[in-house]
Design a protein around this ligand. Sequence first.
Ligand code: HEC
Length: 167
Amino acid sequence: MLIQAFRTFWQRSLLIFCLASIAWGAVSLPAYAKVDPYIRNYLQVTDPVPVVLNDRGETRSFSAENLIEGKKLFELHCASCHVGGSTLPNPAVPLSLAALKQATPPRDTVEQLIQFMRQPMTYDGSEDSLLCREVPESWLSQSEVENLSGFILRAAEKAKGWGSTNF
Ligand code: HEC
């Protein structure tokens, strides 16, 4: 009697647990499956967004998928020094829009950022940077560096605390 009551209790609990999991999955899955939470909440991207392409003010549209790829590349290859858009080995030169804009030459557009990645220079543009990581075409393709640049510029524009020098 007691064993049976115990068994039905567990059977019921298990059933309720399964139903609750399915219901939760149905409610929450589509939203999460659609876009990476960082891209959606911090960069405010679900539909394609424009990012400045060059110093003539032209823009290029980046989809959430493009920016998710850019974020992955950034995390893999850049974040060890540039976590949250800062620059750990040289905190005075972060990846904020203001810092990128004031660099020589400026680096606040997709094309200029790609040019920098192909040949990283010091902040005043006078010599090759010995610390930043050079990205040759044999390593990341044009479309990969475009998505990486799109991610950096969108983050610099939208993400709170990106490129902070206070840490
Ligand atoms: C080993 C550390 C390191 C890694 C890894 C690294 N960087 Fe850098 N990066 C630096 C340093 C240091 C500077 C500042 C320039 C200097 O002092 O030479 C810099 C500068 C920059 C700047 C210029 C910032 C400005 O305000 O002008 C950009 C853009 C940049 N890095 C992008 C990248 C990207 C994209 C990656 C990944 C592919 C990357 N960096 C990987 C260390 C690194």
